[in-house]
Write a protein of this length. Structure first.
Length: 132
């Protein structure tokens, strides 16, 4: 089954599919917040973040991952990105508009914890696997 391409990462035909929200840190330069159906493909050196960013895999760390339905993850991501931009924490880059100053991390975590408390999304464990 081929899925339609989404507008701004939103896939109407995948609303109930499992999706992931991630926070990555690039050296100590900035963090990136995004969503993906497949974190492994996001990190591939030939097509993913490594190629786009120009950072080596040793300089990129996944700080946290969360999971839920695509609909909930997308909603959480968009609200979080909007809030961080609104308070002036964007980190301008030519390859993404989802990068933020490292100072944004504590605000992002606090906001995400609110979504977890409301039951919208769940946190992956320390191995970035879904908690049982």
């Amino acid at each position: 089954c081929k899925y339609s391409t989404g507008y701004n990462g939103f896939y109407q035909d995948r609303l109930q599919d499992k999706d992931y929200l991630y926070i990555m840190k690039f050296k100590n330069d900035f963090i990136k917040i995004g969503r993906t159906f497949n974190i492994e493909s996001r990190m591939e050196g030939t097509t993913g973040i490594i190629k786009s960013s120009g950072y080596s895999s040793e300089n990129i760390s996944v700080l946290a991952m969360f999971y839920g339905t695509h609909e909930k993850i997308y909603d959480t991501e968009q609200k979080l990105l909007h809030k961080l931009r609104q308070i002036g924490l964007s980190y301008p880059l030519n390859w993404t508009n989802e990068a933020f100053k490292v100072d944004a991390l504590s605000i992002a975590e606090s906001e995400i914890n609110n979504y977890i408390s409301s039951g919208h999304i769940s946190r992956c464990n320390n191995n970035n696997k879904e908690e049982e």
